[in-house]
Design a binder for this molecule. Sequence first.
Ligand SMILES: Cc1cc2nc3c(=O)[nH]c(=O)nc-3n(C[C@H](O)[C@H](O)[C@H](O)COP(=O)(O)OP(=O)(O)OC[C@H]3O[C@@H](n4cnc5c(N)ncnc54)[C@H](O)[C@@H]3O)c2cc1C
Length: 393
Amino acid sequence: MNIPVQNCSSCAACANACARSAISMQLDAEGFYRPVIDVKKCVECGACERVCPWNKAVENPNVANILPKTVAAYAKDESIRLQSSSGGIFTVLAERVLDDGGVVVGVARIAPTRFGFIIVDNKVDLVKLRGSKYVQANVGLIYKKVRALLKVGRKVLFSGTPCQVAGLYAVLGKVSDSVDLVTVDIVCHGMPSVNVFEKYVREMEKTDNSVLDCINFRDKSEGWSGYALLHQFESGRSVAVPLNRSKYMHLFKSRICQNVSCGECRYRKLPRIADITLGDYWGISKYHPEMNDNKGTSVVLLNTSFGIELFDSVADKVVQCESKLEYAIAGNPCIVRSSKQHPKRAEFFANLDNYSLDELIKMYCPFPSAMARLHKQIRKILGRVKRKIKMFV
Ligand SMILES: Cc1cc2nc3c(=O)[nH]c(=O)nc-3n(C[C@H](O)[C@H](O)[C@H](O)COP(=O)(O)OP(=O)(O)OC[C@H]3O[C@@H](n4cnc5c(N)ncnc54)[C@H](O)[C@@H]3O)c2cc1C
């Protein structure tokens, strides 16, 4: 297979398309899943290269050539909402599909520091998919399993990043037309490396002198906008690190530890690849203040008739208001475009094993100074005041 690493989103379409099971997804030196070919099994048929969504643009077969319907929404059930990253819309949609006898496919923790795709057929297990895991997940052979389910007439809700949804459609080929498939993609900032996450966990465990039991990347105890990373240790201690002080999230937001292809993502664009796109409605207090109580509001893009139909069917379970695409994009530019990698990304990875994360942050992407933070805060407050004045004039 001749696909340069900078063009590999780790979507695993190649592994799923290989009729001889000659390709497996394995972590590379930076900690991203890459196809590894068993040359003894490979017959050089070229199916892996033909299916690659980087080589050949993939489209959602149901996508209409119109702009998506944009909605601000959150789950009426507060416990779902508080356990979810944004407004809990994913769980509401998933429960609907499970009620209809379908299955839900998404990302769960599959080992202490590893994440991967699983298939869920009941509401108890749905909790495993809930919440964002800011680490690259192993796609494995999940698309093959989805195809098998669709072939026997099972309804499937598949959720993942845009590149993973593209990978699914590429592998399904004609089966993509199935009326039983609905896809959800998340607004994606980029996928962090497993190695960086594992280094972070090791450092946390050393500091706490205890094994990390679990991590919630989006603890909302102090609100949605100022969420924290909640670490629970085997010792019984739990440590919440607020977003603005989290070194892991600082690295994530700096785009220094993400997959190299994320800098040129082919699927952060309109029309979106999935039937429904979900993200955080950043900027909600500016555009729809009545929808913001700091418990989480989702931006929902309804991209196809399948997406509209599923979302309409849960209308009694959500609070919603119609919004505008330009508002959603203003708060979340990665709905439509990729941002360049951090210029020191290569150096960062070359030195990952030589320095602590604190040292690497100091060397390549220091936290903003107190003065810079103050400036930002003042700009935010002034913006809020301006908006309030505008409302009364
Ligand atoms: C790496 C990453 C980057 C993100 N970047 C942004 C961003 O820049 N802006 C924004 O508005 N939103 C972003 N999101 C999406 C956001 O965090 C929520 O996942 C989304 O709004 C859905 O929230 P929810 O409350 O409806 O459901 P939740 O229950 O919080 O979301 C669960 C869904 O996320 C999926 N998921 C979780 N972890 C992963 C993973 N590692 N890989 C693939 N799928 C995963 C699950 O399969 C499930 O479908 C990102 C999510 C991830 C995982």
